[in-house]
Design a protein around this ligand. Structure first.
Ligand code: GLU
Length: 339
């Protein structure tokens, strides 16, 4: 993007009726106090229930931020989608598929269950599949593997990321189910024997600090075919973008994935830190942050925001009806009378 283009798009982002629309969404759902913050480790209970940020980044690189979009929180399970992309780049589709299937499961994300016939974990979005995916991240040692992972996230978001060390240590100290799954997969030859190193890497990847804006950049990059729409840097090989997005659609929202696909229809991934990243392919990325989670572990306010965006602008993947509003017109300001 040229300097003039980026100036024009940042002016649009400040004055556009779309910003006004997002502001209204934020106000409407700030009042919603359903759900509870995650409490499986004490550090996550420190999240403030009122935190709420909505960020949208368009394919043209326009950034709309409302509310707590600079508040840091841990990426948690959202990392799984992007590490899957890295594993695909490192090994290619066939090899990765031989270690991790792409079948949705109605089971909880931390279920200790593998496909009976192939011994593969069901998909890269449940913990077993995510650990198998993390195992596939190449690197001579743990430091190099972590560095490659952090560099990958930087390509997507355009900035450096830190690990929240207390959360990492807490995940590591209490992650007995994850440890059990990893050793079960070692037994079946689904992961390599550097199990403890991989588990550390998995706990670190869950503890990466992000903001709602980062989550919007992550999904906008996928929406834009793997290229960060603001920096122009490629984050993911174009060949694998479809793979990552497909698994997000079928498995990204824990055991609420079917209902999400039905109601929202945007490939997405959520995490217990309170984030959701959602992709409207070829159009935009949404990042939301609110730590109040519903019973399935998805951010209650985040779900409402994505539902509204999908409905109002026809962003459901299978939408064939005329939406209430035209996104491009709304962003450009031609739809101003309607807001
Ligand atoms: N760190 C969590 C775990 O592995 C991930 C939680 C999540 O689903 O966001 O159990």
């Amino acid at each position: 993007m040229s300097d003039m283009q980026s100036l024009a798009s940042s002016i649009t982002a400040v004055t556009s009726p779309f910003r006004h629309y997002l502001h209204e969404l934020h106000e409407r759902y700030q009042a919603l106090n359903d759900g509870a913050v995650a409490d499986y480790i004490p550090e996550l209970t420190l999240a403030k229930p009122e935190w709420f940020g909505i960020c949208v980044v368009t394919k043209a690189g326009q950034v709309f931020e409302i509310g707590d979009c600079d508040q840091l929180f841990t990426i948690q399970s959202i990392s799984k989608a992007f590490v899957y992309g890295l594993a695909l780049e490192d090994h290619g589709r066939d090899y990765v598929n031989s270690k991790v299937s792409v079948e949705p499961t109605g089971e909880a994300f931390n279920a200790i269950v593998l496909d009976e016939k192939t011994n593969r974990p069901y998909n890269p979005m449940v913990n077993a599949g995510a650990i198998a995916t993390t195992d596939l991240v190449k690197g001579a040692n743990s430091t190099e593997r972590l560095k490659r992972m952090l560099a990958m996230f930087k390509r997507y978001t355009g900035r450096d990321h830190d690990i929240n060390v207390p959360i990492f240590l807490s995940e590591k100290a209490t992650g007995f189910r994850n440890r059990a799954m990893a050793y079960l997969m070692l037994n079946f030859g689904m992961v390599s024997d550097r199990v403890d190193e991989t588990l550390d890497l998995y706990f670190q990847q869950c503890s990466i600090m992000v903001t709602a804006k980062d989550l919007a950049m992550l999904s906008a990059t996928l929406a834009n075919g793997g290229v960060n729409p603001v920096t122009g840097e490629r984050a993911l090989d174009e060949r694998y973008v479809q793979d990552v997005i497909s698994v997000m659609l079928t498995c990204g929202m824990y055991d609420g994935s079917g209902e999400w696909a039905y109601r929202v229809g945007m490939p997405a991934k959520s995490g217990v830190g309170g984030g959701i990243t959602a992709v409207a392919p070829n159009t935009l990325g949404v990042g939301t942050f609110s730590p109040l989670l519903d019973a399935k572990g998805n951010s209650a306010r985040g779900i409402k925001v994505c539902e509204a965006l999908s409905h109002d602008f026809g962003l459901h993947l299978f939408n064939v009806a005329q939406p209430a509003h035209d996104l491009a017109e709304c962003i450009a300001g031609n739809d101003a009378d309607n807001w």
